[in-house]
Design a protein around this ligand. Structure first.
Ligand SMILES: [Zn+2]
Length: 105
């Protein structure tokens, strides 16, 4: 029975990543990776420990959005004209990121 039980259910969300199936990859370190789909549509395998610790929150798009947000906020500070779509994006992304800690490198 060497295998550890899979402690995560399909549909479990880790910020933008949702576990899609019970498809699990075991690594040499005895760790396992879940197959997840990101909010943006990207799929991949993510280490369970990193998901649980909050280290992995998305396929990478969250960090990109964070950078975009910073850039747009700089534009807002400079009174740049923004499209309603951009402003809407800013509002919804800010709301999403409110409770999400992102460390920019
Ligand atoms: Zn993504």
């Amino acid at each position: 029975m060497g295998c550890r039980a899979i402690e995560v259910k399909t549909g479990t969300k880790f910020t933008r990543l949702t576990v899609t199936s019970k498809d699990v990859i075991y690594t040499k370190k005895g760790e396992y990776k879940y197959h997840c789909i990101c909010k943006c549509g990207n799929e991949g395998y993510y280490a369970s420990s990193k998901l649980r610790s909050g280290h992995t929150k998305s396929c990478g798009c969250l960090r990109k959005d964070m950078r975009k947000l910073v850039k747009i906020e700089t534009m807002i500070d400079k009174d740049a004209e923004l499209t309603p779509e951009t402003l809407l994006w800013v509002v919804s992304t800010k709301k999403e990121l409110e409770n999400t800690e992102i460390v920019l490198p």
